[in-house]
Design a protein around this ligand. Structure first.
Ligand SMILES: [Zn+2]
Length: 424
């Protein structure tokens, strides 16, 4: 804090109190935002609560100990979900692609277990949802429709049978990759080994379409995005990505892909991850990572490494992303893809830092208020909140019904499709 004269402090406190009172009572934009979110379910595309519970320092994997009725340590609990007017949530059941112990499938099953038990623990507030109709019904009942989204195609361990079993456990989207390139798909944050999807990768997309599982293209390379759009028979989603034109980060969606969304019918669920939202933060993170590597190479003692990095951060403070910048990304996706192809995917509990103004799940209405101040109509805000995603989900469901009429579950293997024996 800057030194301020005592009377100045008092005056500042008075001004801040009256500003807070005004925001709560008489901000017409916020009031209008709240009314809109009572009329349509706000569907958030990505929340990492399940991983937060798994990795809790005090009681790892303990759903009961991570009490959502109290004030939880992370970004998410029942009180704040209510204040944020969250109507439906895709709970991410993420598995790191870097882990190599007894296999990805075991961790994936454990993440289903944590998420399903967390949902079941609060039956008056959360209900497992599997369809668009479930979301609408639970919203009317005042429960948060809870959907499961898998993050990282490594969890199927190259098996379409495993993919189908996950669908039956309740998964309704699969992010094709996380940060690691797979045998069948290139990730955005890793090397492009295939130029996009292999033939088996295309078969994964076809099988997801046949089942009615949403194809999520966050985290994948532009080549994978493009190949998936070529083969997809149903609308795709980007569960938590922003616009590459505004923030040059590999996790964001290039304009050339945004322009293909109207034909596909899919949505970009704009995310709040500071480095994807603010170029300043993205640049800072790049430099900080370089600095971290330098320190790691020079210093072997981990405590001393930590001390040096803390000193570096103190001398080079981390910039903040803002709510207004998130709104800029929403406006950009709208401009390029159209108002029917934009939604929200916060990544709360998956991020250490949050944009100023979007600190936790209670803050969603503030984002809608900002868009109201920018001239958005109530109808367009209803699309952004949930109608677009409901349309996408219904599209995936009807595509599945159609495909299941004349297509059996695929029994193709990666060996058959990607490594054909050399013909003699
Ligand atoms: Zn992610």
């Amino acid at each position: 804090m800057h030194p301020v004269h005592r009377s100045g402090l008092l005056l500042l406190a008075l001004v801040m109190t009256s500003a807070a009172t005004m925001t709560a009572q008489s901000d017409p934009a916020l009031e209008r935002a709240r009314k809109i979110l009572r009329s349509v379910p706000l569907i958030d595309g990505h929340n990492d609560l399940a991983w937060e519970i798994r990795s809790s320092k005090t009681a790892p994997r303990d759903v009961a100990a991570y009490d959502l009725r109290g004030h939880a340590p992370g970004h998410t609990d029942l009180e704040r979900l209510k204040a944020g007017q969250v109507g439906a949530q895709f709970w991410s059941i993420y598995v790191p692609g870097e882990v190599k112990d007894s296999g990805f499938a075991r961790i994936q099953l454990e993440q289903f277990d944590i998420a399903l038990r967390a949902i079941a623990r609060y039956p008056d507030r959360l209900t497992l949802a599997l369809t668009a109709a479930d979301i609408e019904r639970e919203f009317k009942r005042g429960r948060i429709a809870s959907l499961l989204g898998m993050e990282g195609g490594h969890v199927i361990e190259n098996s379409l049978g495993a993919l189908r079993a996950y669908y039956d456990l309740g998964a309704r989207y699969l992010t094709l990759t996380h940060n690691v390139t797979l045998d069948w798909a290139d990730a955005a944050a890793d090397s492009a080994r295939h130029g996009g999807l292999t033939e088996f990768g295309r078969e994964v997309v076809r099988e997801m379409n046949r089942m009615g599982m949403l194809v999520d293209l966050s985290h994948v390379s532009p080549g994978t995005m493009s190949d998936a759009l070529d083969v997809a028979e149903a609308p795709v989603i980007f569960s938590h990505s922003s616009a590459r034109a505004l923030t040059d980060h590999v996790r964001n969606v290039p304009d050339s892909i945004l322009q293909r969304l109207p034909k596909n019918g899919g949505v970009v669920m704009v995310t709040f991850v500071p480095a994807f939202v603010s170029q300043e933060v993205a640049d800072w993170e790049k430099i900080a990572t370089e600095e971290g590597k330098k320190v790691e190479a020079q210093v072997s003692d981990t405590v001393e490494r930590r001390r040096q990095m803390d000193a570096w951060v103190a001398a080079h403070p981390r910039p903040d992303a803002t709510l207004a910048q998130v709104a800029d990304h929403i406006d950009h996706v709208r401009k390029l893809a159209g108002v029917d192809h934009v939604a929200i995917g916060s990544d709360f509990d998956g991020i250490e830092h949050t944009p100023v103004g979007l600190e936790n799940v209670s803050t969603f209405p503030q984002l809608f208020a900002e868009l109201i101040r920018r001239g958005w109509s109530d109808d367009d805000l209803r699309k952004l909140a949930g109608r677009n995603l409901l349309r996408v989900l219904r599209g995936a469901e009807s595509t599945a019904t159609r495909l299941q009429r004349d297509r059996q579950p695929s029994t193709r293997t990666i060996e058959q499709l990607d490594r054909p024996p050399v013909s003699s």
